[in-house]
Design a protein around this ligand. Structure first.
Ligand SMILES: Nc1ncnc2c1ncn2[C@@H]1O[C@H](COP(=O)(O)OP(=O)(O)OP(=O)(O)O)[C@@H](O)[C@H]1O
Ligand SMILES: [Mg+2]
Length: 329
């Protein structure tokens, strides 16, 4: 029997009020995360990755979940008491963001902030918490952790700050860590170190990881399964090895072709796909990717394809699959 999902997001819709009317930023997104697995959510800027993950945590600000369900171990989080959500954040689900400086408080030492994270959800004496904090900082590879306890965030490099964020995320031994572009602000060498750290921590503790990125190369290194998003929708999902070897959706294919190789000139722009993701209000009729799609045909601009099931663990939203799935023609 496969284990039941730790996180089960079903048909999630998120809207933001704006002066020009509501913006439907996430339009019917579903995915699951099993205990201990790494699921990557990938897509270009503006595809709805961050909004989807903030919705899971109940951190949408002015936005609201218009429909859908977010189940954590079967418990419904949509509409849950804010106090309950606050308790789950940190204790059950931890978050690591792109910019550690915006998450760390510049006025408190590293030690204070790790200790605080340890004591919020657990009854530890101050001394126990400080000892545990030093251990955690050592585990995440911060040099000279004893001394670093007394450092302020600005005294650390970006990579060291992100290590501290990993320590804070691990403090309460959450079942799930959501990491939203955790290495985008770092240089390539430090990025590789932080990815390695996350992988090691995740493996040793069997923590599930929801990893958000726009970089298919990072997906290949990190994920067990991949969810590809485009303009507020899931367009393909499946196991990482199959998806990278044989992507089915033209958008996924384009993202994979954009992975830089050692031969790629360093000054080439990140995206090899011409054009950009439409804002939710400007989403074209039919398939939202059709104006940029190399495989576009008549039907694509008229009607949006459903997410076709292409096997027990794969699905793709493209009219190209209709024949094989329904055996038409
Ligand atoms: N507070 C907000 N008010 C209005 N629109 C918003 C708000 N937050 C996000 N959006 C819109 O929702 C869409 C999805 O945004 P989101 O931040 O989830 O993208 P993303 O995939 O995380 O992109 P990136 O890779 O740039 O982080 C975008 O069109 C964005 O403009
Ligand atoms: Mg984002």
């Amino acid at each position: 029997m496969p284990s039941p999902p730790l996180l089960d997001v079903r048909d999630l819709h998120v809207r933001f009020p704006t002066p020009t009317g509501p913006v439907h930023a996430v339009a019917g997104v579903s995915f699951t995360v099993l205990p201990g697995e790494t699921v990557a959510v990938v897509g270009e800027s503006g595809s709805g990755k961050s909004v989807s993950s903030l919705a899971v945590l109940g951190l949408l600000g002015s936005g609201s979940i218009a429909a859908g369900s977010v189940l954590l171990r079967g418990e419904e989080l949509v509409g849950a008491d804010p106090e309950r959500l606050r308790r789950l954040r940190g204790a059950e689900i931890a978050m690591i963001f792109q910019n550690p400086m915006s998450s760390l408080d510049p006025l408190f030492t590293i030690g204070d902030q790790v200790v605080e994270a340890l004591r919020v959800h657990r009854t530890l004496s101050r001394r126990e918490a400080r000892e545990r904090a030093v251990d955690l900082l050592r585990e995440v590879g911060l040099p000279d952790p004893q001394r670093r306890m007394r450092s302020y965030p600005h005294e650390l490099s970006g990579g060291q700050q992100q290590r501290v964020m990993v320590a804070i995320a691990l403090a309460c031994e959450p079942a799930l860590i959501i990491a939203d572009e955790p290495t985008t602000a770092l240089d390539v060498t430090v990025e590789a170190q932080i990815l390695d750290l996350l992988r090691t921590m995740q493996r040793e503790r069997a923590t599930a990881l929801l990893f958000i990125t726009h970089d298919m190369g990072v997906v290949a290194e990190m994920a067990d399964r991949v969810v590809v998003m485009y303009a507020g929708r899931v367009v393909e999902h499946g196991p990482v090895t199959e998806m990278l070897r044989a992507p089915r959706n033209p958008y996924t294919r384009a993202l994979i072709e954009a992975i830089p190789t050692p031969a790629t000139p360093r000054d080439r722009p990140m995206s090899a796909i011409a054009g950009s993701v439409p804002a939710p209000a400007d989403a074209p009729p039919g398939c939202r990717f059709h104006p940029r799609c190399p495989a576009v045909h008549d039907r694509c601009s008229a009607e949006e394809p459903p997410l076709f099931e292409l096997g027990p663990t794969r699905a793709s939203r493209c009219w190209l699959h209709e024949r094989e799935v329904h055996g038409v023609g």
